[in-house]
Each structure stands twice: as structure tokens, then as C-alpha cells.
Design a protein around this ligand. Structure first.
Ligand SMILES: [Fe+2]
Ligand SMILES: [Fe+2]
Length: 396
């Protein structure tokens, strides 16, 4: 309202004054000159005043922006400094511009120790070849992150601390924003985690070793009850492993087949020793009792928490592809590949190995038994056996 009143008064005065001046100027030419000079001077004064006000406003604004920027940078550095994660910042020229407290505490280097990125690299990765590898991986990931706009995928690195110890770190990097040429690098210490993982791995290896020793011991116990077949379990395990490897089965399956080989006749523990060691011909009833060892073996092993289906393989190790085996007379695909391998290895070892009550029949005879009965054995297993035999790799 006040602005409207001021406008009305000023505009009214201006119109009145200009009308009076116009009338006066028509009768007095000197007045025309004076008015022109006054108008020019007034214009200069008014525009100068306006410019002054405008520039003063801009300067004040610039000062506020500068203060805000400095404060924001200060806050940012404070956040980095207080972070429990070791961090450094560096500029585009490769100067280290900041090392936070956690960095100094964990890695030992202050900014004075590593004024440039290349000096930091030399200290942290003293082995030149390792340093080259890290530099290459770092540059490649930086380029990928820059081009795709994706976050930097942390790199794992063994970092040498100032005191000479080595720590395993996940190292990540990020730009400090579009307006800044600085980058921040963060270090996540995974040394303890890695050590814990290694300890678990070592403990697992020890457990596996113990398990294998126990399995081998079971094999020895079985053989102790039947001295005529000494070394049979180990021999079958060895040949089974060879066949499985020759067939290109995965390493884990090969291990399972070997373990099953080591204990495949564990069910014989339930057969009276006098039948197992009887020198003459067995009666039908005695033979039927021996044939129970597959099922007995399965029943003994099924509650053991193996990583492999050992009990199932043992149950099927006397089955035959044409259904003529025992205990279930399974046919072809009903028999697992592991059992098909084990049944061949069992026959090869049993026939080729020396027995106290008879001379060894020999590997050739054992191979012939398998090759001449293609209906009983898996053709891929037979071919693998033939290849191994021809290469002289089967030993009994
Ligand atoms: Fe057997
Ligand atoms: Fe056997």
C-alpha cells in the first residue's frame, strides 16, 4: 500500500514538474541546456547507485557460499577423520591429501610418511611384481567404474603396515563428487576373518584326515577277519579311483567312490569268520549268508554322515547291469555309476590279486572276465578299465 502511495506521489510530482519545465523551456532556451545536464547527471548517479547495491549483494552472496563450502569441506574431513574405517584422500596430481586417524592407527602411516600415492604404493606393496598386479587391477576397476557409473568393486590386497606386519584388506574407492578432483580410498581390514577361515579350513582338513584314517582302519578290521583277502579293500579303493578319474568324474565323486571302496565289504563283519575262511566249497546256505554282506554293510554305514552316498554304493556293489546281481537284482540305470565302477574294480582286484589258497589269475584274465561280459558291466566303465590296463596303470 505504501509503495502504491509513494508511486502515486512521485509520478504525480514528475508529471507536474515535467509539464512546468516544458512550459518554461519553450520560453527560456538556457533552461533547456541546464535540464539536459541535470538529467545526464541524475542518470549517472542513479545507475551507479543501482550497480553499487547489486555488486554489494553479489559479494555478500559469494562470501556466504564460500563460507558454506569451507564449512561443508570441514565437516566432510571431520567425518572422514572420525570414521573407524581407515581412509585416505588424494588429489588428481597423485598427492595424498588426508590420512584419517583410523588409517594411522591400523596401518601406521601418517600423511608425512606417504605424501604421494606412488610412495604409498611402494611402502604398502614392496614386492614390485605384486605392486604391478595391484596397480593394474586398480586402474582397470577405476576405469570400469568410471565408464559404467557403477560403484567401485572392492579389491582384496595384502597391505604391508609401517611396522612390517601384513594385513589383508578390501580396498574401495569413490570420487568426492563431480565438483572435486579428489578421491577417497577406504580400507576394510579382513585379516581376522581370513585367519578364522583358514583355521576352519585347517580344522576341516584334520577332520577329513581323521575320517580317512578311521575308514582305512575299518578296511583293515575287515581284512583281519578274512586273511585270505588281505589288501582287498585298499586295492578296490585304488582301482575304483583310477577308473573314476579315467572317466573324468568330478573330483568330489571320485573321493566318494574311493571311500566306498575302502569299506565296501564292511558287511562281512556280520558273517562268521569260519565261513569267510572256509577253504573248500561253500554250501548254498553259507553262500547266501555271505551274499548278505551288501545289505549288512549298507545298514552299518547308512547312519554315518558321509559327504557321499557311501551306504548306497556299498549296497549295490554286487549288482549287475543285466539284473543277475544281488541283493536286489537291479537293472542298468537303477544302479548308480559309482556302484558300476566299484563292481568292476571288485572283480579285477579279486581275480588279479594273489590269494594264499590259489595263485593270482592275473590282470589279463580279470580284464577278459569284464570285457567278455558286456551285459553285466557298464560299457564306459569297461572302456576306462581297458585303457588303464593298456597303459599299464592298474597294479594289484
Ligand atoms: Fe563284496
Ligand atoms: Fe569285495
Amino acid at each position: 500500500m505504501r509503495i502504491v502511495l509513494v508511486y502515486a506521489v512521485v509520478a504525480g510530482a514528475w508529471i507536474l514538474a515535467s509539464d512546468i519545465l516544458s512550459r518554461e523551456m519553450t520560453v527560456n532556451p538556457n533552461l533547456l541546456t541546464a535540464v539536459a545536464i541535470a538529467k545526464g547527471a541524475l542518470f549517472v548517479v542513479v545507475t551507479s547507485a543501482l550497480l553499487f547495491v547489486q555488486i554489494r549483494g553479489d559479494l555478500a552472496h559469494l562470501q556466504v557460499s564460500g563460507d558454506r563450502l569451507r564449512e561443508s569441506e570441514h565437516r566432510f574431513r571431520r567425518v572422514i577423520d572420525l570414521s573407524p574405517v581407515p581412509m585416505t584422500t588424494s588429489d588428481a596430481s597423485g598427492n595424498v591429501t588426508l590420512t584419517n586417524e583410523a588409517f594411522v592407527k591400523v596401518l601406521g602411516y601418517s600423511r608425512e610418511d606417504i605424501p604421494t600415492v606412488s610412495e604409498w604404493y611402494s611402502a604398502a606393496f614392496p614386492d614390485p611384481e605384486y605392486r604391478r598386479g595391484i596397480t593394474y587391477a586398480w586402474d582397470r576397476e577405476s576405469e570400469r567404474s568410471r565408464q559404467t557409473g557403477d560403484a567401485f568393486a572392492p579389491l582384496e590386497a595384502k597391505v604391508r603396515c609401517k611396522d612390517g606386519t601384513e594385513r589383508t584388506m578390501l580396498v574401495s574407492s569413490a570420487s568426492l563428487g563431480a565438483a572435486s578432483s579428489e578421491r577417497v580410498v577406504a580400507f576394510f581390514d579382513i585379516t581376522e576373518r581370513e585367519q578364522a577361515e583358514e583355521a576352519i579350513l585347517r580344522s576341516n582338513e584334520r577332520l577329513e584326515q581323521v575320517l580317512r584314517s578311521v575308514i582305512a582302519l575299518i578296511g583293515k578290521v575287515i581284512e583281519a577277519r578274512d586273511p585270505y583277502t588281505q589288501g582287498h579293500e585298499e586295492g578296490v579303493a585304488r582301482i575304483s579311483r583310477l577308473i573314476a578319474e579315467e572317466m573324468g568324474l568330478p573330483a568330489d565323486e571320485v573321493d566318494g567312490i574311493e571311500v566306498a571302496g575302502l569299506v565296501h565289504d564292511v558287511g562281512k563283519l556280520g558273517v562268521p569268520a569260519e565261513i569267510l575262511t572256509k577253504p573248500g566249497k561253500l554250501t548254498d546256505a553259507e553262500y547266501a549268508l555271505i551274499k548278505e554282506h551288501s545289505q549288512r554293510g549298507h545298514d552299518i554305514l547308512r547312519d554315518i554322515d558321509f559327504d557321499w552316498p557311501v551306504a548306497g554304493i556299498v549296497l549295490q556293489h554286487h549288482e549287475r547291469m543285466d539284473g543277475s546281481g544281488y541283493p536286489d537284482g537291479l537293472l542298468g540305470d537303477e544302479i548308480s555309476m559309482a556302484a558300476r565302477i566299484l563292481m568292476a574294480a571288485d572283480v579285477i582286484e579279486a581275480m588279479a590279486a594273489h590269494r594264499p589258497y590259489r595263485p593270482a589269475l592275473g590282470l589279463d584274465a580279470a580284464m577278459a572276465e569284464i570285457a567278455e561280459h558286456p551285459e553285466k558291466y557298464d560299457p564306459r566303465v569297461v572302456s576306462a578299465c581297458v585303457r588303464l590296463h593298456e597303459a599299464g596303470r592298474i597294479e594289484v
